[in-house]
Write a new protein. Structure first.
Ligand code: SF4
Ligand code: SF4
Length: 180
């Protein structure tokens, strides 16, 4: 014997109560009923949402300027800064007559973020010299298909109409707090 903690196991005959399992079932049900009346730790997301921190970093937005032109110039700095290699883009040159669409001479014809790779660190926002990409207080919706987590410009660029603009003043406030 290596220790004195050995325990002799006895193959004891079950009592009648143990054989019919009813006391065990009742004990299990009591635990279930007890939890039924307790305050739930879960919420019905997405219908219900928990309050989030002021420094929360959620779903990205690609911003437009006051005239509705895309700010992004496809410089690639956000992609280089991204530790998760979640950002890819294809640059294109702005053609004559497209000045109302793109602020700079170069723009992102394709801009994609793989939300399954993203760790919402915010480094893309920090790296951007054009104030084009921001993380917002919106959540990335759940989905069952991996392809649906590749967010292209259709999901990232904010709308032109005033009611379609994404408010990022919240991020600016959070950033000020981080700096202070
Ligand atoms: S938040 Fe971080 S991980 Fe996500 S795309 Fe930006 S840099 Fe990459
Ligand atoms: S979002 Fe900003 S950093 Fe990224 S490519 Fe566009 S301008 Fe460059």
């Amino acid at each position: 014997m290596l220790t004195n903690r050995s325990k002799v196991v006895v193959n004891k005959e079950m009592t009648f109560a143990e054989k019919i399992y009813i006391p065990a079932i009742v004990a299990g049900l009591m635990i279930t009923i007890k939890h039924f009346f307790k305050k739930k730790a879960t919420i019905n997301f997405p219908e219900q949402q928990k309050p989030i921190s002021e420094v929360w970093r959620g779903l990205h937005v690609l911003k437009r300027d006051e005239q509705g032109r895309e700010n992004c110039t496809a410089c690639g700095l956000c992609a280089v800064a991204c530790p998760a290699e979640a950002i890819t883009m294809t640059a294109a040159e702005r053609k004559k007559g497209e000045e109302h669409l793109y602020r700079e001479e170069k723009y992102a014809a394709v801009y994609e973020i793989n939300m399954l790779r993203c760790i919402f660190c915010g480094l893309c926002e920090e790296a951007c010299p054009k104030e084009a990409i921001f993380l917002t207080n919106r959540m990335t919706p759940s989905d069952t298909l991996r392809d649906n987590f590749i967010y292209g410009k259709d999901k990232l660029v904010e709308g032109i109409a005033p009611e379609e603009r994404v408010d990022i003043s919240y991020r600016a406030r959070a950033h000020r707090k981080e700096v202070e």
